[in-house]
Design a protein around this ligand. Structure first.
Ligand SMILES: NC(=O)c1ccc[n+]([C@@H]2O[C@H](COP(=O)([O-])OP(=O)(O)OC[C@H]3O[C@@H](n4cnc5c(N)ncnc54)[C@H](OP(=O)(O)O)[C@@H]3O)[C@@H](O)[C@H]2O)c1
Length: 335
């Protein structure tokens, strides 16, 4: 398969530190250009990463006929607008999570994809990690009985006012940044969509972002609960509870690529985790696996397992969680 020639929209930290190096390990992609609003920043980043071309504007890179696809790690308010511009320029798009501000905005990407005949994917790299594929396999095989509860926590401490996560007008806040992972993992494990949500959200008095959000989602066959926060001790964990057992994903979202990771499967027969069976995974870069899958979809080798319609569904849950925090009531997840 000919590697997909890819351009990166911006010098975003996630791109320069994680995703570009991971893409450079993928046989499916070749990172060909970086664009920035600042030409010097683009050149510096491209030189540091060994990327051949640097552009001083996103639009100039989109006009480059050599570029087949783009990776969009812009702040959240620019995910849909720049992804649409890229699609209009005939480029396939791998766009960072959360795909949009809400489901309605995300739906525009379905039209963009269909009108311009390109692939558009949301970059939820976790779903490519073998630990999640294994957790879902265990669930599907009935290893923990009937799944009834998925419980997720994701938090970090970040009070930097200059960080995009602390700017409400451009899509900051916990739910967009990390709550989206707890939601996507519960939908992945249940293999269903939640029907309604109730939530409690506390906002930072200065940033106005949601700094602490907790929610309960009702799925057709169970419940998901999650807590996410931008101002709490750094922590992440997902527990999947079935009628006969429990699966614990120890580093569910930021699994390191330099070393392996583990999940636990426990039938609960002994206390204090004594009956927990450890399942170990070799070191793997989930961003490389994501790039491989994106490239296969671009080349028509294998369709995306999670097309943009899935991103719309994830946003519909986020919408319901935000609405519930305002109304103080259960809110249906729009289908
Ligand atoms: N999948 C993951 O593991 C993961 C991890 C972290 C973040 N993310 C996602 O990636 C995206 C970027 O996060 P990040 O932490 O990497 O952000 P960041 O370092 O702040 O980078 C955002 C980039 O966007 C460009 N930009 C354009 N308009 C901007 C504006 N109004 N304000 C700020 N920057 C602007 C800037 O690049 P130029 O100056 O070069 O144009 C900036 O460097 C977010 O959507 C986030 O949710 C994903």
């Amino acid at each position: 398969m000919e590697p997909v020639k890819l351009g990166v929209i911006s010098t975003a930290k996630i791109g320069t530190t994680k995703v570009i190096p991971a893409m450079q390990k993928s046989t499916g992609c070749s990172v060909h250009a970086i664009a920035s609003r600042n030409p010097d920043a683009a050149k510096t980043a491209a030189d540091a990463l060994g990327v051949p071309k640097a552009y001083g504007s996103y639009e100039d890179m989109l006009a480059d006929p050599e570029i087949e696809a783009v990776y969009n790690p812009l702040p959240n308010h620019l995910h849909v607008p720049l992804s649409i511009k890229a699609a209009e320029a005939g480029k396939h798009v791998l766009c960072e999570k959360p795909i949009s501000f809400n489901a309605q905005e995300a739906r525009q990407l379905i039209d963009a994809r269909d009108n311009h005949g390109v692939v558009i994917a949301e970059a939820f790299m976790v779903r490519y990690h073998p630990q999640w594929i294994k957790a879902r396999e265990l669930v599907r095989s009935g290893a923990i009985g009937e799944v009834r509860v998925v419980q997720g926590t994701f938090s970090y401490m970040n009070r930097d006012p200059s960080d995009v996560r602390n700017k409400a007008d451009i899509g900051g806040g916990a739910l967009y940044d990390i709550g989206c992972y707890t939601i996507v993992s519960s939908r992945y494990i249940f293999g269903q969509e939640p029907v309604r949500a109730v939530s409690l959200i506390e906002r930072d008095p200065d940033f106005c972002t949601d700094r602490l959000a907790s929610a309960l989602l009702e799925f057709p066959s169970g419940q998901a609960l999650f807590v996410c926060s931008t101002q709490l001790v750094p922590y992440q964990r997902v527990q999947i509870f079935g009628t006969n057992g429990r699966i614990e994903v120890q580093i569910p979202f930021n699994a390191p690529h330099e070393e392996g990771c583990v999940i636990f499967c426990d039938d609960g027969s002994a206390q204090g985790d004594a009956s927990a069976r450890k399942i170990a995974f070799d070191a793997v870069d989930q961003y490389t696996l994501q790039a491989d899958a994106f490239a296969r979809a671009v080349r028509g080798v294998e369709p995306l397992e999670f097309p943009i319609e899935d991103a719309v569904k994830n946003m519909a849950v986020i919408d319901a969680v935000f609405r519930s925090a305002q109304t103080g009531d259960w809110e249906n997840v729009a289908t």
